[in-house]
Design a protein around this ligand. Structure first.
Ligand SMILES: [Zn+2]
Length: 206
């Protein structure tokens, strides 16, 4: 399922983000962190089947169909823990406390498990892999870290922020000229919920 938004084709794995979208490929990092919606009390990773489907759709974990799918419980735990690590990384953009060893531990685990590869392609580029889709979750999460590294190099990372509402912590992309946006929504954090409720009511009415 895709929807067109601001002339950009929305990938189905980002349909829950809705607005204040980061450019591709940083959108994948934003969508991963925003799989947990504290505002609505929903979590795409709460149910193993839903988590497995989302991770596959996003290309972060696409098990080889020719092999038995490895146990998902460990991967699901790693996905949830890495999500909070990356949320903490984004929090540093808005001047939160330095990251602790606990914050970083899940990403250290990813770095220990993943198998990055440097390639030279026929068109002369030298990408660091693994290319998405990834067979193993650690490789997919390593792909997210590489996206973060590139965004830090080109400056777009500084616009990816966490909502200033401590009960929300939604990741949003600040396109404002001043770069001083602090909330997941223009007026107040709660507007996002109100807008969604309004949309849901309109959808029901039509
Ligand atoms: Zn918010």
């Amino acid at each position: 399922m895709t929807a067109t938004l601001n002339s950009m084709t929305m990938p189905s794995w980002a349909s829950h983000v809705e607005d204040k979208l980061a450019p591709m490929p940083l959108l994948l990092v934003q969508a991963f962190v925003d799989t947990l919606d504290r505002d609505l009390g929903t979590d795409i990773f709460a149910q193993p089947d839903q988590a497995r489907a989302w991770l596959a759709d996003a290309g972060l974990r696409v098990p080889d169909p020719g092999r038995p799918d490895p146990d998902f419980a460990d991967d699901l735990r790693l996905a949830r823990e890495a999500r909070e690590s990356i949320r903490a990384l984004i929090g540093r953009t808005t001047g939160n406390e330095p990251l602790t060893a606990d914050d970083l531990a899940p990403l250290e685990k990813v770095l220990g498990q993943a198998q990055p590869r440097l390639e030279v392609t026929a068109d002369g580029r030298v990408p660091l892999g693994p290319a998405l889709p990834a067979r193993a979750l650690a490789d997919g999460l390593l792909g997210l870290l590489l996206i973060i590294r590139d965004a830090q190099a080109d400056g777009s990372w500084d616009r990816l922020k966490l909502c200033g509402n401590p009960d929300c912590r939604w990741a949003f992309y600040d396109r404002s000229h001043s770069r001083r946006g602090a909330w997941c929504d223009m007026a107040s954090c709660g507007n996002r919920l109100k807008n969604r409720n309004l949309r849901a009511r309109r959808a029901q009415a039509s």
